[in-house]
Write a protein that binds this ligand. Sequence first.
Ligand code: B12
Length: 216
Amino acid sequence: MLSKLKQAIIDGDEEAAKSFSEKISSEGMDPLEAINGAVIPAARAAGEKFEKGEFFVPNLLLSTDAMKAAINIFTAGMSEKSKEELGKEGTVVIATVEGDIHDIGKNIVALLLEVNGFQVHDLGRDVNSMDIVNRALDVKADIIALSSLMTTSMPSQQDVIDMLKAMKVRDRFLVMIGGGSVTEDWAEEIGADGYTETAEEAVRLAQALMKKGGTG
Ligand code: B12
């Protein structure tokens, strides 16, 4: 069933994706197992097809819709369960940085953080750096998580950190960065507190950062 869901997402068949997701949910599979087993691999496969020239933008948009529909079905069951846990682990402000509209990976990171007990303020995509800083100050975030999929938008991750420094509030926040174009070296160069390649590792990083130096 997971492979059928994966294929439906790659094909951009939203109705089939919904029906397989509902079936998987009703059979009682752990939603995270379903997301990791079908949705994330489908996102990767669609991305690879795009890079090889087998897929065009309309294909990707259909895949994205099918992906979002599946994630909505899996998270419907999770939200009730996680409500009482919400915020226990810490507060995160997450965004795709200015100049970048890619949000599939960021949405997965936000979702996994939330189901793992973080209170997540998802500001969306192409978000102005100052807006990110202001919201982090407003909600007294512990962590600022910044996603960037393009080399052209990576400097916006640096902007956020530079603004925190200029406002003399850098030490109030833990900053983690990620997204397709980001590397460990970049994280070091701009003075981020951490980087991971996958959403699952992002949760472990957030937990580790909170243990090391939660800002309260
Ligand atoms: C889907 C896609 C699109 C979709 C986006 C739909 C959406 N709502 O997101 C559409 C078609 C709209 C699109 C548009 C464009 N795209 Co595009 N797109 C992709 C594609 C194929 C897949 C990206 C994706 O979703 N991957 C799947 C997710 C799950 O992976 P992910 O984002 O990397 O996230 C994972 C990790 O990185 C991590 N993670 C993500 N965020 C964070 C944050 C933190 C804090 C942490 C710790 C971890 C973390 O966890 C996630 C899950 O494991 C990539 C190619 C690729 N293979 O990556 C190109 C790609 C990113 N796009 C690219 C480009 C150039 C564009 C356009 C400029 C194209 C154009 N000429 O118009 C526009 C962008 C306009 C803009 N201003 O942003 C280039 C970027 C090149 C570069 N390196 O700079 C790529 C690499 C394609 C290529 N090879 O040329 N794109």
